[in-house]
Design a protein around this ligand. Structure first.
Ligand SMILES: [Zn+2]
Ligand SMILES: [Zn+2]
Length: 213
């Protein structure tokens, strides 16, 4: 929804399953303490604290509805004290959605091995253009905060020990990360991108080369 349309039309709700963190404060959801709520104005999935606001929505006959903080401020014109704003910044905050537009490489990869806790889970992996030596792993492309960041400098990139040609690994002094791409072609692109990062390459830098070589 465009911001002019907030409250005028019912939003399309972002599906719960697409989001693992509050889309406003980026705190992870869990079953007990932090549950998912939908903002009735923008349709974002947000936590209780970030949706503890009511605003009258035109599309619902001006009845007060649960909305997120951003929509509350937009719809009512009421601002909130600044200290509440400051809490909304995180260390690993680097929007994955923004990252996919400005990334050297991004796709889903299967995360293999117990390094990731749950073997076989999928991660949305991004090497951002403005941070080209780091791999960020998000639970979902909509997430605002990565759950893992791996500085790639110095890592060795190898095809995995498995017979599967879609598997590859990052290895450095006892650290081992294994990934599986959906296709062999995608794996090749990731291996190239990671090898560049591991060697300290950055776009526009002295070793800049065409990415498609
Ligand atoms: Zn929140
Ligand atoms: Zn909202």
């Amino acid at each position: 929804l465009q911001s002019e349309e907030l409250g005028l039309r019912a939003p399309q709700w972002v599906r719960d399953k697409m989001v693992t963190m509050c889309m406003r404060c980026q705190e992870p959801f869990n079953a007990l303490m932090r549950r998912r709520h939908h903002c009735r104005a923008c349709g974002y999935v947000v936590c209780a604290r970030c949706s503890d606001y009511r605003a009258e929505l035109k599309y619902d006959d001006n009845r007060p509805n649960r909305v997120c903080l951003d929509c509350y401020m937009f719809l009512t014109g009421n601002a909130l004290p600044e200290d509440k704003e400051d809490k909304r910044r995180g260390i690993l905050e680097k929007g994955a959605a923004a990252g996919s537009k400005q990334s050297l490489m991004c796709s889903f990869l299967q995360l293999l091995g117990d390094k990731w806790g749950k073997s076989g889970s999928r991660g949305w992996c991004v090497i951002p253009q403005d941070d080209p030596l780091v791999l960020y792993v998000y639970a979902a492309p909509q997430d605002m905060r990565a759950h893992t960041s791996i500085p790639l400098l110095g890592y060795q990139v190898t095809a995995g020990p498995q017979a599967d040609p879609r598997v590859f690994q990052l290895q450095q002094s006892g650290q081992l990360y294994a990934f599986k791409a959906e296709t062999e072609e995608l794996k090749d692109r990731w291996v190239k991108a990671m090898e560049r990062a591991a060697s300290g390459w950055s776009p526009g830098g002295p070793n800049d080369r065409d990415l498609s070589d």
